[in-house]
Design a protein around this ligand. Structure first.
Ligand SMILES: Nc1ncnc2c1ncn2[C@@H]1O[C@H](COP(=O)(O)OP(=O)(O)OP(=O)(O)O)[C@@H](O)[C@H]1O
Ligand SMILES: [Mg+2]
Length: 236
């Protein structure tokens, strides 16, 4: 006698046996689950693309910009370091010359060129706008006067940068009928006579140099701002 299904399969296996109806139901369920899984996958995909885009935007707006700014700063520092090196080399050469007992090489003929160089070097070093204007061909008396005039211009320029925080400096060099002039003008903070009595020796040295060149020196506030240093001297 054929055993009935109930008897052949133990209880736990009996559920696995499919009937066509059950099989159809299962297929349908599988289809729904597959659709759900696919739509979930698409959602995850979309979400991760959005997250990636957001991270990209955040990186662009923060780290990328910081890195770019840092790279500009490095380039700027490199440029400044080159300038510092040039200053150190110049100072080294000058110190060597002085140590050898030579004075600064400023003769009457070289003076306009040296004053012009002073302006371009100052413009480079301090990022300021410096101009030199030669009014006329000036015949200064000798090397000593030329040297004094150069150091007056140098000190006035240095003071304009250090104390005046000037952005524009002008040197004019020329002569009138009865004498020469060297004028150093800047647009920085207004010169204040009462504040000029310090331990510094710059103003006194300029005065001394002007007098030993048989000339005179005036230091006064500009009409609106800054300082005007004027040295008037005898010609050759
Ligand atoms: N161009 C300027 N603009 C504003 N203030 C100035 C200017 N030149 C000079 N002064 C004032 O006059 C003071 C004296 O200048 P001075 O050149 O004699 O000395 P210093 O520059 O302070 O020091 P040193 O020249 O000895 O290095 C300065 O400390 C500053 O207060
Ligand atoms: Mg000074």
């Amino acid at each position: 006698m054929i055993k009935r299904q109930k008897d052949v399969f133990p209880q736990r296996h009996r559920k696995a046996v499919s009937t066509p109806a059950r099989e159809k139901k299962l297929k349908h369920k599988l289809l729904i689950e597959t659709k759900k899984a696919k739509s979930l996958e698409r959602a995850i995909c979309k979400m991760s693309t959005q997250v990636q885009k957001q991270i990209g935007k955040d990186l662009h707006d923060t780290v990328c910009q910081d890195l770019m700014a840092a790279s500009y700063m490095v380039a700027e520092i490199t440029e400044r370091l080159k300038q510092v090196m040039a200053i150190v080399q110049d100072a080294g050469a000058l110190t060597r010359d002085i140590a050898r007992g030579l004075s600064v090489d400023v003769g009457p003929d070289l003076l306009p060129k040296i004053l012009s160089n002073l302006m371009s070097k100052t413009a480079d070093r301090f990022r300021s706008n410096c101009k030199f204007r030669l009014g006329s061909d000036v015949k200064v008396a000798d090397d000593a006067v030329a040297c004094n005039l150069y150091f007056i211009a140098k000190e006035a320029t240095q003071n304009a940068i250090t104390h005046g925080k000037a952005k524009n400096i002008r040197i004019r060099f020329g002569h009138f009928k009865n004498g020469g002039y060297l004028v150093i003008k800047n647009d920085g903070l207004r010169f204040q006579e009462d504040r000029s009595k310090t331990n510094g020796i710059g103003l006194n040295m300029m005065n001394h140099r002007a007098h030993s060149s048989k000339g005179s020196l005036t230091v006064r506030a500009g009409a609106r701002n800054g300082t005007v240093v004027g040295c008037f001297f005898k010609l050759r």
